[in-house]
Design a protein. Structure first.
Length: 409
């Protein structure tokens, strides 16, 4: 039966749709903390800082696996990497379902993050391997799986938690992840025995790539902004008198904007300044920072906030397709997983450090408004620094106007 499911899955879905489905289901699990944050906060009697720590724990898991994602993807094969990823996600979801304490809940989210950390490198490799040089639009389509998965989580999980209890959303994540493990057929990529010394040499070589490190370092601020939005958006509007249902609608609007943004920026970014990912990222960051600051001034009317949330999500959570395309283009054919892993390590640091800082600002000032202003201000300053850096050092330090990727590298 399993073999039949696998053959049907392979024959009916082209690679771009398979990659999209992996991203949707993976992020359905990875983003569960966001729509469930209010329920989790009440069930475990948490502070805002402790809610932020859940986000950090997920990304600590992603950071932990990022060091080995190059091995999973480039040597074991991208399909085997997908199966490994969803095995860990299913284990983490089961731990969360059975959890009775906050530390045990955190450990479950760690495993979910650990599994999810391999999905992006694996799907990047799938797209580049199958479609280069017509990869740009398909990379954008693939990355829309992130907000689509989040919207599915926002739509279904709070309703399930309120109706049946907090355990049941995680049981749903457990079952959906196991289905992916069952239907995906792994290939056989490994041609020689794993050599740790050789792998670490390749890892450090990628970590010394100035283009990759510089671009990823600046992009950490976008990662901080995205995860702060996903973590605190519902709580912010609840604190301003919105019902949970209305607050979830606004989070859904934020994620709908992310779907549009990931396609929009993947395509438009290719046309801006001869396809410069650097310039596109700078523009996105400027818009995101400005919109976070202006969020404090928008009248708290649902009719006005829905389109505003869409536009905010288009930038604050729509940048990722530009990032993964840039990183994949910097890598050679055999190093997409490795470069993606190193790039995600840097992004994870931004979330691990940034989201608890956002929670700390909220708890210490008792104001979400100050939190949004600080976040938006940091993004605007970073965008300005990117502009200065590129003008002064871009060519000297190998920051490209247009990143290139060759299947023969």
């Amino acid at each position: 039966m399993t073999d039949t499911l696998r053959e049907q899955f392979r024959s009916r879905f082209p690679i771009v749709i398979q990659a999209l489905l992996f991203m949707i289901i993976g992020n359905f699990a990875d983003s569960a903390y966001s729509p469930l944050s209010s329920v989790i906060k009440g069930a475990y009697s948490l502070t805002s800082e402790e809610v932020g720590l859940i986000t950090s724990t997920i990304f600590i898991g992603s950071l932990s696996v990022s060091f080995m994602s190059g091995f999973f993807v480039d040597r074991l094969g991208n399909k085997m990497a997908v199966r490994i990823a969803f095995t860990f996600i299913s284990a983490g979801a089961l731990i969360c379902a059975l959890s009775t304490t906050y530390p045990l809940l955190l450990s479950g989210f760690f495993f979910i993050g650990f599994g999810y950390g391999t999905i992006t490198p694996a799907t990047n490799s799938l797209i580049m391997e199958e479609y280069f040089p017509q990869h740009i639009g398909r990379m954008g389509i693939k990355q829309t799986g992130v907000p689509i998965g989040s919207i599915a989580a926002v739509t279904a999980l709070p309703l399930v938690a309120i109706t049946f209890g907090l355990r049941w959303p995680f049981l749903i994540l457990f079952v959906t992840s196991l289905i992916i493990v069952a239907v995906v057929r792994s290939g056989s990529r490994v041609s020689s025995r794993f050599n740790l010394r050789s792998y670490m040499k390749d890892l450090f070589s990628a970590a010394r790539d100035r283009r990759l490190l510089t671009y990823s370092a600046f992009s950490t601020v976008l990662s901080w902004g995205q995860q702060t939005g996903l973590t605190f958006y519902v709580l912010f509007f609840e604190s301003n008198g919105f019902l949970l249902y209305s607050a979830e609608i606004l989070l859904g609007s934020f994620l709908a904007g992310a779907i549009f943004g990931r396609n929009f920026w993947a395509r438009l970014g290719h046309r801006i300044h001869a396809g410069s990912r650097w310039h596109a990222t700078l523009l996105i960051m400027s818009l995101s920072g400005s919109l976070y600051i202006l969020l404090t001034l928008v009248p708290h009317d649902l009719i006005l906030l829905i389109p505003y949330s869409i536009f905010l999500g288009m930038n604050a959570a729509g940048w990722n397709s530009t990032f993964v395309t840039a990183v994949s283009e910097m890598a050679g054919k055999e190093k997409v997983g490795l470069y993606s892993g190193v790039g995600l390590i840097t992004l994870s640091l931004g979330t691990i450090i940034g989201t608890p800082i956002s929670g700390y600002i909220r708890d210490s000032t008792h104001s979400y408004i100050i939190m949004w202003i600080v976040l938006g201000g940091v993004q605007l300053v970073t965008a300005f620094l990117m502009l200065i850096f590129h003008a002064m050092y871009g060519k000297d330090r190998g920051i490209p106007g247009k990143d290139q990727w060759s299947p023969n590298q």
